[in-house]
Design a protein around this ligand. Structure first.
Ligand code: F6R
Length: 369
């Protein structure tokens, strides 16, 4: 059942190209329009939306953080992302013109379900992104998009996360389309790139050996830090979460620009810092900034492992190690840059003798608040 892999998590990492292809399959019609599964909302309801909240927990929350960048850029609708366990207790401002997107692999997470019910009480529209057909969260929502990742057995989420990202991009593009597209050319170019993503994810998976080596080199360190900017920031959070869950190691993700406001004091001689580097094309300002951040941490003794676009010679000249990923638009890059971090966590945790599929203290589905 593990299909020749040592762990379900390893198997599920390798299933990601197919899983993302399954998420996209049949969702983009011949006219290039996005098709949702169950929609109890009219196009007019979608046009009336003037604010989006994304609500989720854990890894699903990280998918939400990435989606904020995409939705705001493609639709110009303000979008906030919030942890489900905090959302309802702060009395958020919601009404009929608010879209609340709830993301839940299991569809049963109690924190997320309670946030959904609160949103519905306030008359907000709720769209669910879930991997579990017929689970409670999709059933109680106004619209649903299923991620079709297939059953995920390992407690730490991998393919569920990548398929959530793919589904979230579809929702962002759907919103952009229903509302009249400001960046029509960009949206159709992005759709083409989304369709190309599974092939690129497969390429990343073929070249994971250097990641494994770096992970083994990092075993025995007190902590591992992850830094990123823009959509690389949520990827850094996800990389750190994977490592905490699997290796029981102090791992933290930071917005790279925040380092100098405090966390840089954590860096000692030899501390591994994984940097998620944006493409040097296009948003080159972001690229310049993260290079400065790499220099800052190296000056304090960090060993920098950079995840960057293939051919990025500037990053290669500054980092101690580089892992290259195929070129893709910045907003879609998390589909590729997350994968080496999953492998990093699995390999480091294995070197520390951990139980990969069943980490201590964790459950796959969290049905208590
Ligand atoms: C991390 C992980 C958890 C879940 C979180 C939400 O690897 O699996 O952080 O992402 O418990 O679960 P769902 O998506 O089922 O609501």
């Amino acid at each position: 059942e593990k299909g020749g892999y040592d762990t379900f998590m390893a198997k599920e990492i390798h299933e990601q190209p197919q899983a993302v292809a399954d998420t996209l399959r049949g969702r983009i019609d011949e006219a290039g329009q996005i098709v949702l599964d169950e929609v109890r909302m009219s196009d007019q309801d979608f046009r009336d939306i003037d604010k989006v909240f994304i609500v989720a927990c854990g890894t699903s929350y990280h998918a939400g953080l990435v989606t904020k960048y995409a939705i705001e850029h493609w639709t110009r609708i303000p979008c906030e992302v919030e942890l489900a366990s905090e959302f309802r207790y702060r009395d958020p401002v919601l009404d009929r013109s608010t879209l609340v997107v709830v993301i839940s692999q299991s569809g049963e997470t109690m924190d997320t379900l309670m946030a959904l019910r609160h949103a519905k009480d306030q008359k907000a529209r709720v769209l669910a992104i879930s991997n579990t057909v017929g689970s409670t969260i999709p059933r109680e929502s106004d619209a649903v998009l299923y991620t079709r990742a297939g059953i995920e057995v390992a407690v730490a989420s991998t393919k569920a996360f990548l398929t959530q990202l793919a589904a979230c991009y579809l929702v962002g593009l759907h919103l952009a389309q229903v509302r009249g597209i400001k960046y029509a050319d960009e949206v159709s170019a992005i759709l083409d790139e989304l369709v190309a993503a599974p092939g690129k994810i497969a390429k990343v998976i073929e070249h994971l050996e250097p990641v494994r080596e770096m992970a083994r080199n990092s075993a025995g360190k007190d902590r591992v830090l992850f830094i990123g900017r823009h959509v690389g920031y949520p990827v850094a959070l996800e990389g750190a979460l994977k490592l905490k869950e699997l290796a029981y190691l102090h791992a933290e993700g930071f917005a790279a620009g925040e380092l100098k406001h405090g966390p840089i004091s954590l860096i000692e001689e030899g501390t591994p810092v994984v940097a998620i580097v944006p493409s040097p094309r296009g948003r080159s300002l972001l690229h310049d900034k993260i290079i400065s951040n790499i220099q800052e941490v190296k000056a304090r003794g960090a060993k920098v492992i950079a995840i960057c676009e293939e051919g990025d010679a500037i990053t290669a000249s500054h980092a101690d190690f580089v892992i290259e990923t195929p070129a893709t638009p910045t907003l879609l890059a998390p589909l590729l840059t997350t994968v080496p971090l999953q492998e990093f966590a699995i390999e480091l945790a294995t070197a520390m003798g951990r139980d990969i599929d069943q980490p201590r203290n964790l459950a796959k589905s969290v049905t208590v608040e």
